[in-house]
Design a protein around this ligand. Structure first.
Ligand SMILES: [Zn+2]
Length: 230
């Protein structure tokens, strides 16, 4: 039984991480196009740096919730047969114990150098323009995938979707592509598909089964079911 799980903002929101798209369309008071595009970074790098510096610093104030812990427990049982693909840039899956996690939209705890393209683990601020640990040039940017940029690991993700027996989408709105297309990709290759989300997503009708409620309740219950059936 090979399982691919896609997680989105909904799972982190239950840990207190502000979701990307609130009802007012703003992300912590910022328009998305002002902080999450390469054009915004070119125009106002300090605004963008300070925004991500604040998000990075806020990680120490949040903790994994029962949904993250349940996925880590599932990985203990399934090993390489489970892959978690996350749209989230926080480290809550890792802190819950998950090791097989692909961050398709990058990570707050990573910086990428615009001079040498090297990626480095990063826990401090970037707004004070520190030198790249690899080449010494002070041209580090947040290692997050902005609108208009290509997500990471797409080849590995599509390979995993093609060989999956079960695809589960957790806490995603189904509004952001390419992730919103994963359900169709998995189904085309024969996987069963399950949506676990607070409400019906924009692609909810594409799933074989949908359950709506809090991830912190739905995910542990689903993991229990799956492990009993094995
Ligand atoms: Zn460098």
């Amino acid at each position: 039984m090979r399982v691919v799980v896609l997680t989105g903002a909904g799972i982190s929101a239950e840990s207190g991480v502000p979701t990307f798209r609130d009802a007012d369309g703003l992300w912590e008071g910022h328009r998305v196009e002002d902080v999450a595009t390469p054009e915004a970074y070119d125009a106002q790098p300090f605004v963008v740096h300070r925004f991500y510096d604040a998000r990075r610093a806020a990680l120490s104030g949040v903790s994994p919730n029962p949904a993250h812990h349940a996925l880590a427990r599932l990985e203990e049982e399934l090993g390489d047969d489970l892959l978690v693909v996350t749209q989230n840039i926080d480290d809550l899956h890792e802190r819950a114990g998950s090791q097989r996690v692909l961050h398709m939209h990058g990570e707050l705890l990573s910086a990428v150098c615009r001079a040498c393209r090297g990626r480095s683990r990063w826990e401090q601020d970037l707004s004070d323009l520190p030198p790249c640990p690899r080449c010494g040039v002070p041209d580090l940017r947040p290692d997050v995938v902005w609108f208009g940029e290509i997500p990471y690991e797409m080849d590995r993700i599509y390979l995993a979707l093609e060989s999956a027996d079960l695809f589960v989408s957790i806490g995603t709105s189904g509004a952001v592509y390419p992730a919103a297309g994963f359900v169709q990709q998995a189904a085309t290759y024969g996987a069963r598909t399950l949506e676990l989300n607070l409400q019906a997503s924009e692609v909810t009708t594409l799933f074989d089964e949908t359950r709506h409620g809090r991830a912190g309740e739905l995910v542990p219950a689903w993991v229990d079911e799956l492990l009993v059936r094995r």
